[in-house]
Write a protein that binds this ligand. Structure first.
Ligand SMILES: Nc1ncnc2c1ncn2[C@@H]1O[C@H](COP(=O)(O)OP(=O)(O)O)[C@@H](O)[C@H]1O
Ligand SMILES: [Mg+2]
Length: 499
């Protein structure tokens, strides 16, 4: 008997069909993936199952009984718990308060007893978290465990996780996977939404692939290969492996000597870092989040001063200092730093050049030049939007990132600093971003590629620096480095004496 069955679920927003006749079956105790690119309709479908949206047609069955989930409260009663992409916790409250919030008729409660119940739950599933801690003081991974505890506390048997790994570091991802496996082994049914193939292959039993609101496959991870799933998602063959020629490094573009950099609280987060970066090569920086990568990128792009040491940039990178013509920066947080979300695509594309010809003439903006620029950039970078007047806030993550790339790479910078450039992007957009950056390298740009995704650093880089506690613990040749070796160094292991 199936645990959850959807029969021809359709959901429209106006004339747009977000979910088109979706049918799928999930067996009890299984981990089921909903795989699809950004905008495929995954979250919409989960919002229907958790009672936030009503379908226009179709039927939901729970344990083969037809159910009508009119409100989120009904979903909870039916044992359905959703862990949203953006957490819905109250930051000022404690872990325990967040978990029991709304479950009690009155507040004359025995807090200590609740804390014990929660501690027992967290122990049973390895959901380690301090029940007395304030949520705002917890790292993202721990906040997510609170969200999971919250639905378990409400006795959820079906857990829905919407892109849960997007915000996690590699060790946190491993921990989450272990927790989910344990929950499934204990009889919970799990829906795992993702666009990351390796996670799906690794964790899930069965998988539904969505494309543009439609089911394009209901299959199992045993039967399907990652290549097949990627092609189903994107609707064409995608290269999971980048084919990349070997680098031909030229002159030094960036030279860093003995850098010491502090973070915002004055803690020394980059120590003794020295390296050179040349034209035509990609230096990757691998490391778990928070090991000094952010401060290093800030210092190189001029957003942070160094405490000691020196950063020397080739004079042509500095040409036109102030607007820094020779530097392209793909910042980690594209929404906060890379874009002005309330501006449209055309405006975002000229953020750095709006005072210059051809966009501005005698202090007057030139709408035609701005529009033409937007038109050619959207064509060249495959930015998918109805017009260039669309506000950037309305674009998917992948298309937002393409706007950043189009602007930053427009003037063929000599140095490109890319920090987590594919974070949160789907396979198709990831491939597009990586190809662009490789093309920049082949044109002769020097690229610093910072990512917490080890596979990605290995695929993109010519040399790999491993950063741990602010230091470059090793710089390796990407052609010979292994995942095990780098993973070991990322975790604080020191280089073996033989190498
Ligand atoms: N409330 C809404 N109103 C209008 N359009 C929506 C709404 N929610 C989602 N959409 C649209 O439906 C499509 C699917 O969105 P979503 O389910 O969030 O996709 P996914 O989670 O797979 O990225 C997108 O094109 C999105 O813009
Ligand atoms: Mg979504």
């Amino acid at each position: 008997m199936s645990y959850l069955r959807l029969e021809e679920i359709t959901k429209r927003f106006g004339s747009f069909i977000a979910n088109d006749n979706i049918s799928l079956t999930i067996d009890p105790g299984k981990i089921h993936a909903i795989l699809g690119e950004n905008g495929a309709g995954k979250t919409t479908l989960m919002n229907i199952i958790s009672g936030l949206y009503q379908p226009d047609s179709g039927q939901i069955f729970l344990q083969e009984k037809p159910v009508k989930i009119n409100f989120p409260s009904i979903a909870i009663k039916l044992g359905i718990g959703m862990i949203h992409q953006h957490f819905m916790l109250v930051p000022q409250l404690s872990v325990t308060e967040n978990i029991i919030l709304g479950t009690l008729k009155n507040w004359g409660l025995n807090l200590r007893q609740k804390q014990q119940e929660i501690a027992a739950l967290s122990e049973a599933y390895g959901l380690t978290v301090d029940p007395t801690a304030k949520v705002e003081n917890l790292p993202v991974g721990a906040q997510q465990r609170v969200e999971i505890l919250k639905v378990l506390y409400r006795k959820a048997k079906l857990l829905i996780l919407d892109e849960p790994t997007a915000v996690l570091t590699p060790p946190e991802i491993d921990l989450l996977m272990a927790i989910l496996r344990q929950l499934a082994a204990d009889g919970h049914t799990i829906i795992f939404i993702s666009h990351k193939l390796d996670e799906v292959m690794n964790l899930c039993d069965t998988v539904t692939v969505l494309r543009r609101g439609k089911v394009v496959a209901n299959t199992t991870t045993k039967e399907a290969t990652p290549q097949q799933l990627a092609a189903l998602m994107v609707g064409r063959e995608v290269a999971l492996q980048l084919d990349k020629t070997s680098a031909s490094p030229g002159k030094v573009v960036l030279s860093a000597q003995n850098l010491q950099i502090e973070d915002d609280r004055g803690v020394l987060t980059v120590r003794n870092v020295s390296f050179e970066l040349r034209t035509g090569e990609i230096l990757g920086i691998a490391g778990v989040d928070g090991n000094g990568q952010r401060e290093l990128a800030d210092a190189i792009t001029g957003l942070r001063t160094v405490k000691q040491g020196k950063i020397e940039l080739n004079p042509s990178v500095q040409a036109g200092k102030g607007s820094v013509v020779g530097l392209g920066y793909i910042p980690e947080d594209r929404q906060k730093m890379g874009l002005v979300l309330q501006f449209n695509i055309a405006q975002n594309l000229i953020l750095k050049a709006f005072k210059n010809l051809p966009f501005c003439r005698r202090f007057l903006l030139q709408p035609e030049a701005i529009r033409n620029n937007a038109y050619s950039a959207t064509q060249e970078f495959d930015i998918r939007a109805t017009t260039e007047d669309v506000k950037v806030s309305q674009l998917s993550g992948g298309n937002q990132q393409k706007v950043v790339l189009a602007r930053e790479l427009a003037r063929n910078p000599m140095l490109v600093v890319a920090m987590q450039p594919t974070r949160g992007l789907d396979v198709g957009a990831t491939e597009a971003v990586q190809r662009r950056l490789l093309a920049q390298r082949d044109r002769g740009a020097a690229i610093l590629y910072i990512s917490t995704e080890l596979e990605e650093v290995m695929a993109m880089s010519d040399r790999i620096a491993v950063m741990y506690r602010g230091e470059f613990v090793s710089v390796l040749d990407a052609r010979t480095a292994t995942v095990e070796q780098i993973g070991f160094l990322m975790g604080g292991g020191r280089k073996a004496s033989s190498t």
